[in-house]
Design a protein. Structure first.
Length: 212
């Protein structure tokens, strides 16, 4: 008994305290729920899940392209396949992300203390646009050169030409395969965790309708 009492009186380790704090903020039944409200089956949330699935394909195909290099994705048939897979995954990512954002906007998804969750989604959209832009500049073909030359004046006019040089392939390629994808992935994970912690917003009740 004395030994058990001494063990219980010892201060908990930092890992135990961290686990307790995480469990208070994000209980396991919220992180991996077995049941969801009926309105979670809305197409708006399905669009969000498809967006995440498209992002996975974007990352996987992008990693393959990064390791193999421009010569491979231009001259090899397998390389052109992965390049096309990467391109069309990005198109699906943006299509379903815009549908998800529009749906959440018209559903007033920022209600009931979920403004930060909705705002992070908007930030993800902005960072994704910058990521796609650097991707176009990293193609190493005539299209990327044309886009870079025409975007140069815009960057200089905005006063960021010295820090964001669209004619510098190394800088654009580094941003596209490292900094920006890490930012998008981190924000998406944060967005998902916040959705799990706070749940999805309830539909707006029509005026004059009494809920049973």
């Amino acid at each position: 008994m004395d030994a058990a009492r001494k063990i219980s009186e010892q201060p908990a380790s930092w890992t135990f305290r961290a686990r307790q704090a995480i469990d208070r903020q994000l209980p396991m039944d919220h992180l991996l729920p077995t049941r969801q409200p009926y309105y979670v089956g809305s197409w708006v949330y399905v669009f969000g899940v498809v967006t995440i699935a498209a992002l996975v394909w974007v990352v996987v195909s992008g990693v393959v392209l990064t390791f193999m290099g421009p010569q491979w994705w231009h001259d090899s048939s397998v390389g052109r396949f992965f390049n096309s897979l990467h391109f069309w995954s990005v198109q699906l990512f943006f299509i379903f992300m815009v549908l998800h954002l529009w749906g959440q906007y018209f559903m007033a998804g920022w209600r009931h203390g979920r403004a930060a969750t909705w705002a992070i989604g908007v930030v993800i959209f902005g960072v994704s646009i910058l990521t796609a832009f650097t991707g176009y500049l990293s193609q190493q073909n005539f299209d990327s050169q044309f886009i870079a030359v025409n975007a140069k004046d815009a960057m200089n006019g905005a006063g960021i030409g010295a820090f964001f040089n669209v004619l510098n392939f190394g800088q654009m390629y580094g941003l596209h395969i490292m900094l920006l994808p890490i930012g998008v992935t981190f924000l998406v994970v944060l967005h998902i965790v916040m959705v799990r912690a706070r749940g999805v917003v309830k539909p707006i009740d029509p005026e004059g309708v009494v809920q049973p």
